[in-house]
Design a protein around this ligand. Sequence first.
Ligand code: NHF
Length: 483
Amino acid sequence: MLVSMATFEHLPVRVGGLAEAVTSLGESLSKVEDVMVFMPVHGILQEEETQAEFSYPPDRYCDFRIFVGERIYPVTVWETERRGVRIFLFSNEILDHPNVYEPREMFMQKMVHFTKAVPGLINIMLKKEQRKPDVIHINDWHCVFAGRLVKKYFDIPFIFTIHRLCRERISVHELNEVNLSELVDPRYLEGDMFNIEQFGGHHCDQLTTVSYSYLNEEWRTFFSTFEGKTTYVWNGTDSTFWNPEFLKYTEHPRAKRRELVLKENGLADGVMFFNVGRLDTEQKGVDIMLQAFEMIMRGEIPGSDTLREKMRLIVLGSGDPRLENETRRLEQRFPENMKALLTYLGRETTREYYGAADFCLIPSNFEPFGLVQLEAMCMGCIPIGSRVGGINDTILDLHDFPEECTGRLVPPRNPAALARAMIEMAQISLDNKKQVMLEKMRHRGREHVIKNFNWDKAAERYINVYQNKATIKLPFVSYSEPY
Ligand code: NHF
């Protein structure tokens, strides 16, 4: 089968988890199928990272023109390769813009150019290679219109994966302006606007999202409309990279590594909690975590008066300036307990933190899948996460599954509940009699991820989706499906 994947992110272009997901999936699919990726070039052609990631220099695959509004734009498609995947990078004055999603006006233009350029490439591919993709796998709403046109003009099945619902709408006027009125379908209009994900859901052959719980949570609001052609495919993670064997202090026991890492950050040894990722309120719930930590430090949570001295929190990531300020404020208030690293330190350094911390906090308000909990479990760092989306599907909770547990789940948007779980886990970690139990939990976490959440498994399931063999039946239940 020739699988084509359309996306706005693929390493080295990385804004969020989408890049990791598409890159890793492509790589795993390419072990069994022919895979090509279509992406706007986002101005990365000359960059060092591109040269390291892709075979270089790329070949000029083709040139053609597209009509947008009253203008004709040239498009060049560059072809390169990464670990068995053919990568097609679309370039012109709009598609070269280095920002992926901003500003909105530029991003919308990029989407329009990409929509028109993808069928342009397939047309040329038909002539050059006498073949066309057997499926087009669309990742997130930005590529939906390209999927629709490819299906319409080349009769290629269109698979739509929602990595995160964005509920983005576009006006009929905007589409008319760029001569895409053929996409306007009165059935999906809400006034003058239409919802692009709804449109994608209606036109695709198969609709997927990235976890069972997210599908369940958004069933009523979105997915139920597409019952019968909808399913979920879990993401995976690369357990060969997220591996304690590669740690700088790998020969030391975990407690020693923690002591060293805390010392590097100017903190004395204690119970170490770690949070990594984008500082964001809407999805990632970082504000909830900061509130929970403050409640503990103020002694407001049962048990915290005796334990607060020992609590350590390291926050690694940047984002919303208000949250950055709030994180700094707490750090200044509790300098012996907290360290804020408001930056991105790269995967290798992040791995050192997972390899040293006792617990990883994932306080998301919603999370379609989430990769942090998998990375943490791979590194023996016990996750404490919200009972939502992929976090709920991947962590086996201490109280729900006493024999099989890999972490702790707490209700979302609830700082007191998170704080109580942190105290509970800190008490366990300080109890000598419970060390063996914690060790087992760390070990099981890594095994659980390796077995159930790897990209080869995801690729296998996507192939079933491409062949129309995977849908799930109602009714839903409120807990995860068995693995
Ligand atoms: O892991 C890749 C990622 C997910 O939960 C994540 C998200 C965006 O919000 O599928 O996409």
